[in-house]
Design a protein around this ligand. Structure first.
Ligand code: FE2
Length: 262
């Protein structure tokens, strides 16, 4: 792939997004969230590629994966009016289907088409399967980090907004109350991810998002978490209890270790 190929893919993506245009404010806001998210994931991907000193061809491929990682969000929202996979459809698998059915990658060599489609499919799995081809594994790890590094922004902005301005499909419809499940804090101390099935309140969800830090793969990603003060900003969005403060400290300690050892 060369930079002209990537530009054609960007044009295709932009036209595809435009095909979902609507007069409904609420729907526009929800699509706009995903377009901006895609732009930012592309920028994050370039930061990672630079830090990993990838060559130009690998960098272009990585950016194409970022560009298409959430392409499935558009038809998902159009059909189901939600971004919640559990009550609609797996948006990553849908994204892969969109790329294939529209022959969006037809001008690329087969090997690159295959890497992009497979990386898009794997960007949201709970655990990355064993035994992936090293080229694919690197792209999958990169897009998962680049994605989380922007999702934190999306949610921090969402939590700070008045309800009337919020993009409705971003939240999970969980009650915005300070109660949380104590076992989620235990998971944070154990440096483990939190399962979506354990969520009952928005506080649970914020804690789950904080635990995503344990799934980051690259030193550059930890540096970006620190630069953007994501942990402190989540702490501000969480109820002020000693138990939560201790769990947030445990997450901070993890970040500091990663920064020191990276
Ligand atoms: Fe996604």
């Amino acid at each position: 792939m060369n930079s002209d190929d990537l530009n054609s893919l960007k044009t295709w993506f932009s036209e595809y997004c435009d095909s979902f245009s609507t007069n409904l404010d609420e729907d526009r806001r929800n699509y706009a969230v995903k377009r901006k998210h895609t732009d930012n994931v592309c920028s994050n991907m370039l930061l990672l590629a630079e830090d990993l000193e990838l060559d130009d061809e690998r960098t272009l491929l990585a950016e194409a994966v970022a560009l298409f990682h959430d392409v499935g969000r558009f038809p998902q929202y159009q059909q189901y009016k939600t971004f919640q996979d559990s009550i609609s459809v797996n948006h990553a698998a849908l994204g892969a289907k969109v790329l294939i059915e529209n022959s969006a990658l037809r001008n690329l060599p087969n090997k690159e088409q295959d890497l992009i489609v497979r990386a898009v499919t794997l960007h949201n799995v709970l655990t990355i399967p064993e035994g992936l081809d090293p080229n694919l594994l690197e792209l999958v790890k990169m897009v998962r980090d680049a994605d989380k590094l922007d999702i934190w922004r999306v949610f921090l902005e969402y939590y700070a907004q008045p309800k009337s301005d919020q993009a409705t499909a971003v939240g999970l419809g969980l009650p915005d109350i300070p109660e949380f499940a104590p076992e989620i804090l235990t998971r944070l101390h154990q440096r483990k991810l939190v399962l979506l099935s354990s969520l009952k309140t928005l506080t649970d969800f914020k804690l789950l998002q904080l635990a995503w830090i344990f799934d980051l793969n690259f030193t550059a990603s930890f540096r970006i978490v620190a630069q953007r003060s994501y942990i402190d900003r989540f702490a501000l969005a969480l109820p002020k209890t000693n138990d939560i403060a201790d769990a947030v400290d445990a997450v901070r300690e993890y970040l500091n270790e990663k920064l020191k050892n990276g």
